[in-house]
Design a protein around this ligand. Structure first.
Ligand code: FDP
Length: 448
């Protein structure tokens, strides 16, 4: 399978391979950061995978006590080293056999000796090594992580939470005895101090590394939510036409009127600082007109460009361009409209939006069907073969709340009917009337 990072990220050289090595004491959010890097890169079509050394260690030692992590425990040391070796071996196999591009080695890697061993072993295979250290002295953040670990880690499954928390603190103390922060100036590294507060960068070598660094620089872990809504039903939606710059229909106008109340019910408080982002197209601007918040228009949030098909219905396209119609159903993510865009193109256009969303706290985005699918796919980790086929109904607010290990999703529907613009794969090109939902019907789910 050809590697795609060259074509997608732009100027990346074809054969770049990077091993991102996490560094830091337990409960510093390393696995969370590793997971976010993987999600971001996969969304950009860069083949990325995390190798968690704890998972390898658990094969032999599923529920060790804190003494196992004491460096004077020779057997513990041997087994921990064996787990790291097994993870690195699998990672190298993934690079060579599955042609992976970015691997994350998720472990504490907290001593100079361990880092030297990894750097030497990995660079011998012509794979770049980049250390990412998470350093944190904010007691609240650490406590939050300890609570998370003791309730979710398989190391403590079935144990009394108080005993688990005490043992986990002892484990941290054992690591603290030997922990050496990164100061090796000949290595490429990024040191994140209290995530989102201070970043130290050393010897970044190329484009893909700099993308990862930039992403890490924008991360923060303050609690916040993201609200997504399509514009209200448009005149084009009513007629089944795609693209264009139509006004809202009378029902779409009613959605715009109830949107402030729907937002309030979904948890946006009037005194809360929130910015509403729209596209530059009339239907999103009209939809947000009654929202009493600061607004910002982004060209990057405009709908997928349907090129020569702009203004046609799906039936017209099926009739006038039958081969294109079929090709789009065969591979909707990669299909590029003649003179227009594909979902793959749209993701690249949306990358600065995602970066900015990571940086922001509460934000509401009023945009279009295809654009919401791409943003939603990023936050909810939806693969490319499914993301263009997701149902994103009109007149519905989707609230996403990032949590430590997943994103919580809630949907709030307005009691205003609208057409459905969803057309399932290989189905006849007809648009239908959507069911009239109950007032503010709510659904909640978590992706983990
Ligand atoms: O990729 P598909 O499923 O065609 O969905 C994108 C289409 O959604 C539409 C509606 O059919 O978005 P929008 O409601 O913003 O106008 C089209 O303009 C756009 O081409």
């Amino acid at each position: 399978m050809p590697r795609t990072n060259g074509s997608v990220v732009g100027t990346q050289v074809e054969d770049t391979r990077i091993c991102v090595v996490m560094v830091g004491l337990p409960a510093r959010g390393k696995s969370l950061i590793a997971g976010k890097i993987v999600r971001y890169l996969r969304w950009l079509s860069v083949d990325a995978r995390s190798f968690n050394v704890g998972t390898y260690r658990r094969q032999d030692t599923p529920q060790p006590t804190a003494d196992f992590f004491d460096t004077s425990n020779k057997e513990g040391e041997r087994m921990r080293r064996a787990a790291a070796e097994a993870a690195v071996k699998d990672m190298l196999k993934w690079f060579s056999q599955e042609k992976g591009t970015v691997a994350i080695l998720d472990a504490t890697n907290s001593t100079r000796a361990r880092r030297r061993w990894i750097a030497e072993t990995v660079s011998a295979h012509k794979i770049e090594v980049m250390f990412v250290e998470s350093k944190c002295d904010d007691e609240d953040l650490i406590m939050g992580n300890i609570m998370e670990v003791k309730t979710t880690s398989p190391d403590y499954r079935g144990q009394d939470p108080e005993v688990a928390a005490r043992d986990f603190r002892d484990r941290i103390r054992n690591y603290e005895k030997v922990y050496e922060t990164i100061t090796e100036t000949d290595y490429t590294y990024v040191k994140l101090i209290n995530v989102g507060t201070q970043v130290v960068i050393n010897c970044i070598q190329d484009y893909l590394q700099s993308r990862i660094v930039y992403f890490l620089m924008n991360l923060h872990i303050k609690p916040r939510s993201i609200w997504l809504s399509r514009h209200g039903e448009s005149m084009f939606n009513l007629e089944g036409k795609i693209g264009g710059d139509a006004d809202l229909s009378p029902r779409g106008m009613r959605y715009a009127e109830v949107l402030p109340e729907l937002c309030r019910q979904s948890g946006i408080l009037p005194e809360q600082g929130i910015t509403v982002w729209t596209s530059t197209l009339k239907r999103t601007i009209q939809t947000s007109q009654h929202l009493p918040y600061n607004k910002l228009q982004w060209k990057a949030l405009d709908e997928l460009d349907s090129g020569t098909c702009d203004g046609l219905t799906y039936e017209d396209i099926e009739e006038q361009f039958p081969e294109d119609f079929r090709a789009r159903d065969d591979d909707k993510y990669n299909y590029r409209y003649r003179g227009g865009e594909s979902y793959r193109d749209l993701v690249i256009r949306l990358e600065p939006i995602i970066m900015e969303m990571e940086r922001q706290e509460n934000v509401m985005v009023v945009t279009h069907q295809a654009v919401i699918r791409c943003i939603y796919a990023y936050f909810m980790n939806v693969p490319q073969d499914r993301s263009p086929w997701m149902e994103i109904p009109l007149h519905t607010v989707i609230k996403l709340t990032p949590k430590a290990y997943g994103t919580k999703e809630e949907r709030f529907k307005a009691n205003i009917p609208a057409v459905s613009t969803f057309r399932p794969k290989y189905s006849s090109a007809k648009h239908q009337e959507a069911d009239s939902p109950d007032v503010n019907e709510l659904s909640v789910k978590m992706n983990v």
